[in-house]
Write a protein that binds this ligand. Structure first.
Ligand code: DMJ
Length: 641
């Protein structure tokens, strides 16, 4: 470096000045570094920190030790789907404790490594763009009727009366008799729950007591909330009134336990929403909005993808200990859309719709292996954590909610529509198989390798593909209807190949046979609805009498093998008639299995499909007719002026 000599300054004097300047500069840069470093110690709320350190925002705790993750490999198969967790309560409540989450160290580092680094930046951008887009959408959606929700307007926008001309009573006496039988089964289940387990979550019919379980974060009365709409549509009004009174006076939201966001959403939020829409009873609306608010902290993650477990009291959330590397589950965070859109409808608070639109946009944008959606996604990086794809447990209701979001939006939600049909195409190309015996089934996909197994849970897909058939490309409609019928037929086959005529938890297509459980651990039946659900939809779509016959076979089998003195119980082995009961009357038996059977034997004008979309727990939610609602609001305004 060359220094020019300054006039009147000696060389040694200049050297002194330079070293003073150097020390000063050194001091200055040290000061700046210190100040910047100090930002890390400021509380999160300080604005300066948010400006300078926006990409290092503090993350919610991810919980689940390495041991938990390894335990997952050993966990019972019946826990393969969140819905299944509650279902195994009878025999596995102690096992559940083993896999349950213990707060431990954050696993974010691990997630980042698995998920890749660049995604975080992409997602920060994606999120801010998404938020402004959905903000715009919701602001305009609510500009006309931004006052309060009007039940009268909602009713005026329905095309048909919810309960039909005569509660859906069929004219054919034999069908009516069958329907009455299903109603009797509901009353029997309810009476026993009321007698032995009132206020608890589920009935243990053999020991005649109640079960609370650990899925609902201290919330109580799961069977009551899940039954409200079934009792109402069946005209069991005394029972419905008891249920309503319990909700009004006993449903306590200030619980402080660990809840499954998914389970609370589909059962409690879904059940209360349906009860409100069907009856107009304000208490249901108040309660559901109160509950909705409690679920929001689960979305406080860098990507906005919620974690699976939330403490309803403190708002702390974390991932299931058994889920791969702190990931969130596709079927869990992908099964919120219907309920959250309705939470916005009722509360007029756009936040719920924004949360689920953010999930939607992320999933739409992310790269998908062969167009498929893997089951595990990191809520931190927004990348897939492993490539297991399934239309059964862990994936199932995500696909269901795409097509149902489209239908529930009065067929205006084009993103949902496109995502659904694209996904279905990928499923057909990669997962749908034909057995040597000619049965169509959905295999599972593990990084390109097929597992020729179909879970009972995957049997809902017959109905799903059926209800989506009509809005597919015109040259595909008949094909989709045929595919729906073939899958429903396969699921029926899985029932006919057992001694009890009830289907196993999973069945395989391999050397051991077709549509048959080949493992001991897959032989149980826990009163699940999915096969009957597909019969109901296929009946409504085709009116082929075989679906009613198949439904009746299921009724007879339930009566013979699952009915006990004090309720209905799951069984441990569908291949033997000397039943071993699991001592659990699942709440979804009341909300789904019996409701779908009742609808199967009712006329189509009971909860007509033009107006109602069933959430994944079979709680009917109305189609949102935005145009009509806005017209009605404008008219109301003009009349009142
Ligand atoms: C129900 O809770 C729901 O249908 C869920 O989507 C899956 N599992 C159970 C019923 O099997």
């Amino acid at each position: 470096m060359v220094f020019r000599k300054l006039p009147g300054v000696s060389a040694s004097g200049m050297g002194l000045r330079l070293s003073q300047k150097f020390v000063f500069l050194l001091f200055l840069s040290g000061l700046v570094t210190l100040c910047f470093g100090a930002l890390f110690f400021l509380p999160d709320s300080v604005r300066l920190k948010r400006i300078f350190l926006s990409k290092t925002e503090t993350q919610p705790v991810t919980v689940g030790s390495e041991n938990d993750a390894r335990e997952h490999l050993k966990r019972p198969k019946e826990l393969d789907h969140p819905g299944a967790m509650t279902s195994t309560k009878g025999e596995t409540s102690t096992k559940m404790r083993t896999w349950s989450r213990k707060p431990s160290v954050s696993r974010e580092g691990a997630e980042e490594r698995l998920a890749g680094g660049r995604a975080q930046e992409d997602l920060t951008l994606l999120r801010s763009r998404t938020e402004s887009a959905s903000e715009k959408a919701t602001a305009s959606d609510y500009s006309v009727h931004s006052d309060t929700f009007s039940y009268g307007r909602f009713k005026r926008c329905l095309l048909k009366p919810p309960l039909g001309r005569d509660g859906g009573k069929p004219s054919d006496p034999k069908t009516d008799e069958r329907r009455e039988k299903v109603k009797e089964m509901m009353k029997f289940s309810w009476d026993n729950y009321k007698r032995y387990a009132w206020g608890k979550n589920e009935l243990r019919p053999l020991t005649r007591n109640g079960h609370i379980g650990n899925m609902f974060g201290g919330l109580r009365g799961a069977s009551i909330i899940d039954s409200l709409d079934t009792l109402y549509i069946m005209g069991l009004m005394d029972e419905y009134n008891d249920a309503k009174e319990w909700v009004k006076t006993n449903l306590e939201m200030n619980s402080n336990g660990e809840a499954s966001l998914f389970e609370v959403n589909i059962r409690y939020v879904g059940g209360l929403l349906s009860a409100y829409y069907l009856t107009g009873e304000e208490a249901f609306k108040t309660k559901v909005i109160e509950l909705g608010e409690k679920l929001l902290p689960a979305f406080n993650t860098p990507t906005g993808i919620p974690r699976g477990v939330i403490n309803l009291g403190s708002g702390t959330s974390w991932s299931w200990g058994w889920a791969s590397a702190g990931s969130s589950i596709l079927a869990e965070f992908g099964t919120l859309h219907l309920e959250f859109v309705h939470l916005t409808e009722l509360s007029r608070n756009p936040v719920y719709t924004e949360k689920v639109m953010n999930i939607r946009k992320l999933l739409n944008k992310i790269e998908k292996p062969h167009g498929l959606y893997p089951n595990f996604l990191s809520p931190v990086s927004g990348n897939w954590v492993q490539h297991h794809v399934s239309i059964g447990g862990l994936g199932d209701s995500f696909y269901e909610y795409l097509i149902k979001s489209f239908l529930m939006s009065d067929k205006t939600d084009d993103d949902a529509k496109k995502m659904y049909y694209d996904a279905l195409e990928a499923i057909e190309a990669n997962l749908v198989q034909k057995s040597p015996g000619g049965l169509t089934y959905m295999a599972e996909w593990r990084g390109g390798i097929l597992d020729h197994k179909m879970g009972h849970l995957a049997c809902f897909s017959g109905g799903m593909i059926g209800i989506g058939a009509d809005d597919g490309a015109s040259d595909k409609r008949q094909h989709y209807l045929d595919l729906a019928a073939e899958i429903t037929h396969t699921c029926h086959e899985s029932y006919t190949r057992t001694a009890t005529k009830l289907g196993p938890e999973a069945f395989r297509f391999d050397a051991g046979g077709e549509a048959t459980a080949t493992r001991l651990s897959e032989r149980y039946y826990i009163l699940r609805p999915e096969v009957i659900e597909s019969y109901m939809y296929m009946w409504r779509l085709t009116h082929d009498p075989k679906y009613r016959e198949w439904g009746w076979e299921a009724v007879e089998a339930l009566e013979r093998h699952c009915r006990v003195d004090s309720g209905f119980s799951g069984i441990r082995d569908v291949y033997t008639t000397s039943a071993s009961h699991d001592n659990m009357q699942q709440s979804f038996f009341l909300s789904e299995t019996l409701k779908y059977l009742y609808l199967l034997f009712s006329d189509d004008d009971l909860l007509p499909m033009e107006d109602w979309i069933f959430n994944t727990e079979a709680h009917p939610l109305p189609v949102v007719r935005r145009g009509c609602l806005q017209d009605e609001a404008t008219q109301d305004k003009t009349t009142s002026e």
